[in-house]
Design a protein around this ligand. Structure first.
Ligand SMILES: Nc1ncnc2c1ncn2[C@@H]1O[C@H](COP(=O)(O)OP(=O)(O)OP(=O)(O)O)[C@@H](O)[C@H]1O
Length: 354
């Protein structure tokens, strides 16, 4: 449905502090290499997880795919056609097909408007184009009820006149999802949709998204720092580090038998892969995964993970590895899987957490 080839985003680093010093306006322009040459594909009726630590570029990937920020280089394709978002019309038409769900359901819903207003606005905005007339009366009520039922907020009458502050975090996120569904999208981009929710209701939201994937055939991008939830929820998983793809494959293999030394570190930092309570992700945040991600202003040459990698050799520090297909459908950007004579010796499955 949606694909990115060589997706790249460099932000201007005008405000960047180097060694505590603000880089002056007269310094040569420096760029933050937030996303560099990322390839990914979203398929109808499938979930792709993009996993990585904070600052790895996950949200930037989602914002680029949503058309919210301009891309520096690379291409986005929707149903095989190159996406060009010049002008309001083109953007609207795109957004109708590709909708985004944000992390903070309270921040993304206007507190002064009840559910009815939020959903009616979304329905009218997107459905006018397809039906020609403005949705109103019994037809509008039926559409509102259907939307609320799709996100399992039933009976709809109980929720339709509520304000965001009268709803729980999970219910608010369901309204945000309903608003996205009002456009009848083919793709949902979900940027950490459960990370701000109470642990007890996270599973419910993931199950709802899985249900939409299965029943409506929607392609879903699931951005998360929690590799355990990727295993549970996503068909395929792509691991991002310092703006580049380190590994990609079916979620079960990526999380249970990771190929890339970075993925192994991530998995090893999540003590219980079935742990949706987020303890694993918390461990990554609290203890770190050993070492720091590199500067994105001056990314190291070669593999960006090399400075932290226990197996790195000279080739890793000087030449950037391409994604190498290790088995069908599974690839790792690691010289350890190349046929080079001077490749590093990456052990077979060491670090897999089962
Ligand atoms: N508008 C911006 N201007 C400058 N730099 C930015 C901007 N947005 C993001 N960045 C930088 O790009 C890099 C990637 O950020 P991004 O938010 O995509 O990472 P992330 O993996 O989503 O992290 P988190 O999980 O903390 O949200 C970071 O170094 C960030 O500081």
């Amino acid at each position: 449905m949606l694909a990115a080839h060589g997706l790249t985003k460099h932000f201007r680093a005008g405000q960047f502090r180097a060694g505590g010093r603000r880089v002056s306006g007269r310094s040569p322009a420096r760029a933050i290499h937030a996303v560099d040459g990322v390839d990914l594909e979203l398929h109808r009726g499938q979930v792709l997880a993009v996993v990585g630590e904070s600052g790895s570029g996950k949200s930037t990937v989602a914002r680029l795919l949503a058309g919210l920020i301009p891309i520096t280089d690379g291409q986005v394709l929707l149903d095989g056609a190159a996406v060009r978002l010049r002008g309001r019309r083109a953007f609207r038409a795109y957004v109708r097909r590709v909708q985004m769900i944000f992390q903070d359901p309270f921040g993304s819903l206007n507190p002064v408007h009840p559910v009815r207003y939020t959903l009616t606005r979304a329905l009218r905005l997107h459905r006018r184009q397809s039906t020609g007339g403005t949705l109103r009366g019994a037809e509008l009520e039926a559409a509102l009820t259907e939307l609320l039922e799709r996100v399992h907020l039933t009976p709809a009458a109980r929720y339709v006149d509520k304000f965001p502050h009268e709803l729980s975090g999970g219910q608010r996120q369901r309204i945000a999802i309903a608003r996205a569904l009002a456009a009848d999208p083919e793709v949902l981009l979900a940027d950490e949709p459960i990370s701000m929710l109470d642990v007890s209701i996270r599973l419910g939201i993931l199950n709802l998204l899985a249900d939409l994937r299965d029943r409506l055939g929607i392609a879903i991008l699931y951005i998360t720092h929690d590799i355990a939830s990727a295993r549970y929820f996503a068909d395929r998983t792509t691991v991002l580090y310092a703006g580049q793809v380190m590994e990609t494959g079916d979620s079960e293999s990526v999380t249970q038998a990771p190929l890339h030394p970075y993925t192994r570190l991530l998995v090893a930092s999540a003590p219980d892969p079935d742990d949706l309570a987020g303890a694993g992700a918390a461990a990554v945040r609290d203890r770190g995964t050993g070492g720091e991600p590199p500067s994105l202003v001056d990314p190291p040459p070669g593999c960006r993970f090399a400075p932290r990698c226990p197996y790195a050799t000279d080739v890793c520090r000087t030449e950037t590895p391409e994604l190498i297909e290790v088995t069908p459908g599974r690839a790792a950007a690691c010289w350890g899987y190349s046929t080079r004579e001077d490749r590093p010796a990456v052990p077979a499955t060491e670090g897999a957490s089962t």
